[in-house]
Design a protein around this ligand. Sequence first.
Ligand SMILES: [Zn+2]
Length: 174
Amino acid sequence: MSSPLGDSLDDGLPPYEAPAWYTDPLTAGGPDSNVPWHTAGAAPAPEPGCHVCQARPAAPADIRSHTGMIFWGQTRTVPGPFCRQCGIALVRTMTTRTLWQGWWGLLSLLVHTPLTLARNAHAYRKFRQLPVSTPPAGRDSIVPGKPVLRRPQAYVALVPLVWAALLITQIARG
Ligand SMILES: [Zn+2]
C-alpha cells in the first residue's frame, strides 16, 4: 500500500531555492536592502547647536574671563559651541570684565590675563566668520551689545598697563 504522500516525496516538487534577498541581502527588495550591516545604526550625529540658544551653525570655542586677586586669580570658562550672536556677546562681556578685573595680581598681569585676552580674541574671529543665525522657536540669542572699546570699564586696563610701563622704565634706568 502506498501512502498518499509517497508520490510527492519522490518527485514532482521543484528543488528548494532560497529567495534572492536571502542569499544576497543587498539585493533590492530584501529586508535590509539599503542598509549594509557595517553602517547600520551609525547615522552621523547632528551638528551641535549654540550652547545658549541652540541656533546653527555654531563654532566650537570656549570663552573666558580672568579676575586677578593680588596673590591668586580665577579664570571662568563658558564652554561652547556658540552661534555668531551669542559668541560675540559673551566675548564682549567677558573680555570687558577681564580688562578691568584681570590685572590685580602679578601672575595675572603677566600670564593669565594676556592669555585670556588672546584666547577670547581667537574665539571672536571664529564667531565673526559665522553667518547670522536664527534660533529655534522659543529660544533667543544674546544681543551682542556695544563693542569692547565703547565700554568704559575696558579702560581700567590702562591703569595697570601704565603702572607696568613705569615699573619697566624704572628698572631699565637702574
Ligand atoms: Zn546662540
